[in-house]
Design a binder for this molecule. Structure first.
Ligand SMILES: Cc1cc2nc3c(=O)[nH]c(=O)nc-3n(C[C@H](O)[C@H](O)[C@H](O)COP(=O)(O)OP(=O)(O)OC[C@H]3O[C@@H](n4cnc5c(N)ncnc54)[C@H](O)[C@@H]3O)c2cc1C
Length: 393
């Protein structure tokens, strides 16, 4: 396939794909979404269809067969896809984002996995969160070097697409004395002896996505399963993957919010009470206007993070800002849409009811609002200390 070479080519290519995503949203997504909601799982045909449409290979490097889109060009496409259904959004996000953990790996690891991920054929899952540890890096899963191999012991939970994934980026503690420098990332293929996957109960939203508990019981992996270097697990997980992924989650919130807003506007125009469409009432207009302002504010915070990421800057603070704001925003906007729909919005299966449920998973994926605010505060305080040391204001 011919790949876009210049910036203008890339922008044109991204626009083409975005138009395809809009067409998919308007013509096909409803049917897929209804089937997912009815079955409670993802139909076999969905992944091949998303692959065929080119939605699973948008961000991976061109050498691996991906489109190589920068975040700034990927985000408008992600927004359209996020408007479709939680599971469709999650599948596109998993293919287009988690590969970045492997992007921090050795060349052989990248060559082995990235082309198949970019083709939409192999999926990598990210395994950080644990049942016995809180948010953050106080992990209990350990990896101990024994006889030239690393032996993993511990449990992960809430791992999205664990059943569907072919390989896992697993973060474990290799040195309990070194804090974040004592964490290491491992690339563990599915079926590794000593690794067991157990499906978790269905979630509130994103129906169809599977999540699992993964137990590592004396699970030995070769030394070359390490992603990056020993002690670089925090860098692989947070700087390599989570920072940009937080901005992706924020952009997904923008998509869900935009869909909710448009549905609320069209319902308000149709629904008449006391002889007039509710859209003619100022109270309803104010609410719609506030929803519109906050969706656009979220979009601009995402764009800020995207532009900085694309130019190679550290985006911990920008991505955390975008995510902290966007999850609060999508909470308010989906709530607003539900209110404007009135009682019919609350019926199971109503479009705004599903958007309201799907939006809630974004509060947790890649860290809660508190975690984002802790990152922002950490940066603010570090900057203040630096200025003080330099005797600046
Ligand atoms: C749909 C979904 C998909 C997910 N997919 C994955 C995945 O693929 N891979 C993966 O590794 N994880 C995944 N997760 C887990 C997700 O990243 C975590 O749920 C999230 O980071 C919160 O961590 P926790 O659940 O351990 O909450 P906890 O750490 O138990 O936190 C509970 C509450 O306490 C607050 N809190 C905790 N510590 C502090 C503190 N120090 N100061 C202030 N407040 C605090 C939190 O903000 C939160 O509100 C997924 C979760 C969901 C819901």
């Amino acid at each position: 396939m011919n790949r876009a070479q210049t910036t203008e080519d890339l922008a044109r290519r991204a626009e083409e794909i975005r138009n395809r995503a809009i067409e998919f949203r308007l013509e096909e997504a409803k049917e897929w979404g209804e089937e997912i909601e009815r079955r409670g799982d993802i139909p076999d045909g969905l992944q091949p269809r998303l692959k065929e449409l080119g939605f699973l290979g948008l961000t991976q490097p061109q050498w691996a067969g991906g489109e190589g889109l920068p975040l700034k060009l990927y985000f408008p496409i992600l927004e359209e896809i996020s408007r479709c259904h939680g599971s469709i959004r999650m599948m596109c996000h998993a293919f287009n984002s988690i590969w970045r953990t492997i992007g921090r790996g050795r060349e052989e690891q990248q060559r082995e996995w990235l082309p198949a991920i970019a083709r939409g054929e192999k999926l990598v899952a990210f395994a950080l969160t644990e049942p016995e540890a809180g948010t953050g890096i106080d992990l209990k899963t350990t990896a101990t070097k024994e006889n030239g191999r690393f032996v993993l012991r511990g449990r992960k939970h809430l791992i999205t697409f664990a059943n569907r994934a072919d390989v896992f980026a697993v973060i474990a503690k290799t040195d309990s004395e070194l804090g974040r420098y004592g964490l290491t990332a491992f690339l563990v293929p599915k079926g590794q002896p000593g690794m067991e996957i157990e499906e978790m109960p269905e979630m509130m939203g994103d129906r169809g996505c599977d999540h699992a508990v993964i137990t590592f019981d004396e699970c030995a992996v070769p030394e070359n399963a390490v992603l990056g270097e020993v002690g670089q697990g925090f860098d692989v997980a947070v700087r390599g993957f989570l920072d940009q992924s937080r901005a992706c989650i924020a952009q997904s919130a923008v998509g869900i919010a935009q869909e909710s807003l448009e549905r609320a506007v069209s319902h308000a125009r149709r629904r008449k009470t006391f002889g007039k469409p509710i859209a003619s009432r100022q109270a309803v207009q104010m609410r719609l206007a506030e929803m519109d302002i906050s969706v656009q504010a979220g979009r601009l915070l995402c764009l800020d993070a995207a532009e900085k990421f694309d130019s190679g800057e550290d985006v911990a603070r920008e991505a955390a800002r975008a995510k902290a704001y966007a999850i609060q925003m999508v909470g308010e906007v989906t709530d607003g849409a539900l209110s404007i729909f009135g009682g019919v919005g609350y019926i199971s299966g109503s479009p705004v009811e599903r958007l309201y449920r799907d939006a809630r998973s974004l509060w947790f994926e890649e860290g809660t609002a508190e975690m984002q605010k802790m990152t922002i505060a950490e940066r603010l305080l570090a900057e203040a200390r630096r200025r003080e040391r330099q005797n600046l204001r």
